[in-house]
Ligand binder design. Structure first.
Ligand code: BTN
Length: 271
């Protein structure tokens, strides 16, 4: 169906009202427009912002996707939000930590009755089409991780025609929550559900360790066992996905039987 609904505005009151998780220590920032919520939060992190700080924007001028790609970020339809963490991890552990973002969105969508899956690393798909993506930025202090920013972009009420205009042929691999449900979606409620789920997965990570994220992620992952094409800066190759390494890298075995640990490449289903 075709939908393009400028929905009710995001407001801090509406978001907070719906949150179940403890907000006493949380600082929220809501902007009408920023370059990128991840970049705004990075600035705040540099000035000492504490864990749990959230930046949300109605629009982004330079929304960033993975692999240096732009993220389509028009005003009034979607969710662009970033959360700050200061986890005591080494850089190699950051990819697995970032799974919090997509796991939480799958939960938030489930609360709306939408069943979603994850494509490595953090794409959230409904009926095989991408509805959201997450971008993790990691700040260092010497050799240690100073902060991790998890940013999520969700196509919420944007219509198929607007996606086609913005993404061109790639729009056939994209959708929005409203298009899936056939009705407008309350962005304040969906954002609050995501933030609550982020808090819940973060708590589980603290209490049970990273294996809990890898296991939950693997249960929702669409690539394991599938043939994929991996495209990176260097070689491209075809192989079969064996699963996740402890770090969160995707393990792909090529046609010569060599195992590759893929961390920052593009992975596409091959058949
Ligand atoms: C991807 O799938 O390529 C990741 C997309 C991540 C987009 C979000 S929108 C909020 C946050 N700020 C950004 O600039 N990017 C992320």
């Amino acid at each position: 169906m075709m939908l393009s609904l400028k929905s009710a505005p995001l407001t801090l009151d509406e978001i907070r009202r719906r949150l179940v998780s403890d907000t006493t220590d949380r600082h929220f920032y809501l902007f009408s427009e920023v370059d990128s919520t991840n970049d705004s939060l990075r600035e705040l992190a540099g000035r000492g912002a504490r864990e749990g700080t959230v930046v949300v924007a109605e629009a982004q001028r330079r929304g960033r996707g993975r692999l240096g790609r732009p993220w389509f970020s028009p005003s009034g339809f979607n969710i662009y939000a970033s959360v700050l963490f200061r986890p005591p991890i080494v850089p190699d552990d950051a990819p697995a930590f970032s799974f919090i973002a997509s796991l939480a969105l799958v939960d938030a969508l489930e609360s709306l009755g939408v069943s979603a899956e994850i494509k490595w690393p953090n794409d959230v798909l409904v009926d095989g089409k991408k509805v959201a993506g997450a971008l993790a930025d990691c700040g260092m202090r010497g050799a240690a991780v100073d902060y991790v920013i998890l940013g999520i972009g969700v196509n919420v009420n944007i219509g198929a025609a607007a996606l086609r205009d913005a993404l061109g042929p790639a729009a056939r691999f994209a959708t929005s929550v409203a298009d899936v449900l056939g009705h407008e979606v309350d962005r304040n409620a969906l954002l609050a559900a995501w933030l609550d789920a982020v808090a819940a997965w973060h708590r589980r990570w603290k209490e049970e360790g990273p294996a809990v994220l890898r296991k939950a992620w693997a249960d929702r992952d669409i690539l394991s066992g599938r043939r994929v094409e991996v495209r990176g800066d260097g070689e491209s190759f075809v192989g079969r996905v064996r699963g996740l390494a402890p770090t969160g890298a995707l393990v792909v075995v090529d046609t010569l039987g060599r195992a590759h640990h893929v961390t920052s490449d593009e992975v596409r289903l091959y058949d």
